[in-house]
Ligand binder design. Structure first.
Ligand SMILES: *Cc1c(COP(=O)(O)O)cnc(C)c1O
Length: 358
């Protein structure tokens, strides 16, 4: 079979060297062999999130860590501000609703980033708000949010800032501690180059203070359990051993390249995609484009879903638009294990399919 290209904003391709590590016989997790792997991965995770806080790993998709960010810090009846500029902002609001947390929704047009001044104003109007929820990259619209500026605004209040970095991490710049982020959430199947199944979370001291008062129900995602075992590089429940082995390998590769160099390379790849699609006559959908994924508008009168299908038939998987953007945009990911050669090949296919599109 000809090479298949997976250029979606999750999952992303897993480099062969990582695949091979994960193909080895399973080991037991209550062993020094496993503890060493886990400890090594945890140490690099802190460098990736740019934090001195512990980064805890759950066996779940990224949404599990989004939920953990809520149940570990909030209490029933609390009010929070959620920026809704796409599917993932909506998800934070939906999880809050499921737990009886009152949501003040800050709805912004899809494809735009929230104005930090608007967040400041909303906080001033909702002094009881315990938290502000945003994404680093809102994947559904391929838009990057200015976490640094929003962190400065929220950091000056008693509210905590919760950031979903699931798709942006390792492509869009992110500095948890320096930017005053209180809860950072990540996932395995995007910038980290491993398959789906791991989720990550880190809490600032400010968030941990709120945790002490939190009364929302929690068991599997109770951070305190994980933190207690983490001191001994242990875990409360059976970990996804295979994925953790893959994670350790991926993080070793990222550390060898340098976290910042890795990010810079992905930024250059994003710029390459922007230049190539522009040359094809495709305009950018987002007003604040992310370096993790690029969304381009499908030309007027053409069917974006048919375009995605035509590329798929030639071995290249792109993502279309969700909800109201269905058929209107194409999303091209350039994060994690997606490299320049993959992008060149895939964009050649896109160019051909675009010409043939009726
Ligand atoms: C992919 C993604 C998620 C969800 O992750 P799952 O692993 O599907 O639970 C959440 N937020 C953002 C911004 C994402 O890109």
């Amino acid at each position: 079979m000809a090479k298949q290209y997976l250029l979606t904003p999750g999952p992303t391709p897993v480099p062969e060297i990582i695949q091979k590590k994960m193909a080895k016989p399973i080991i037991h997790h209550r062993t020094t062999q496993y503890t060493e792997i886990f400890a090594a991965a945890n140490q690099v995770l802190k460098k990736v999130f740019k934090t001195n806080s512990d980064v805890v790993t759950f066996t779940s998709s990224g949404t599990g860590a989004m939920e953990a960010g809520i149940v570990n810090t909030l209490s029933k009846g609390d009010t929070v501000i959620v920026v809704r500029g796409g599917k993932f902002g909506e998800r934070f609001a939906n999880i809050c609703n499921a737990y009886g947390v009152k949501v003040v929704a800050l709805d912004i047009p899809w494809g735009t980033a929230p104005d930090p001044a608007l967040i400041q104003k909303t906080l001033a109007q909702n002094k009881a708000a315990k938290a502000v929820f945003i994404s680093l990259c809102e994947t559904s619209t391929a838009t990057v949010y200015d976490v640094q500026k929003i962190g400065a605004v929220v950091g000056a209040t008693d509210a905590i800032l919760v950031v979903d970095t699931i798709s942006g991490l390792l492509a869009d710049e992110f500095k948890m501690d320096e930017w005053k982020v209180d809860v950072a959430v990540g996932g395995s199947q995007k910038g980290l180059m491993i398959p789906p199944g791991l989720a990550f979370i880190a809490f600032s001291p400010k968030a941990e203070a709120l945790m002490a008062k939190s009364d929302l129900p929690k068991f599997y995602f109770d951070f305190k359990r994980y933190k207690k075992s983490l001191a001994a590089s242990d875990v409360p429940f059976t970990p996804a051993i295979t994925l953790e082995i893959g994670l350790k390998q991926a993080l070793a590769m990222i550390e060898a390249e340098g976290v910042d160099t890795f990010i810079k390379r992905h930024r250059q790849d994003a710029e390459y995609v922007r230049a190539r699609t522009k040359a094809m006559g495709l305009s950018m959908y987002s007003k604040a484009p992310s370096y993790a994924v690029t969304a381009v508008n499908v030309p007027e009168g053409k069917d974006g879903s048919a375009l995605v299908k035509a590329c798929k038939a030639k071995g290249v998987t792109f993502a279309g638009g969700q909800d109201t953007l269905k058929g209107k945009i194409i999303r091209i990911a350039h994060m994690g294990g997606i490299n320049r050669q993959d992008l060149e090949d895939a964009l050649n296919v896109l160019e051909g399919c675009l010409k043939e599109l009726k």
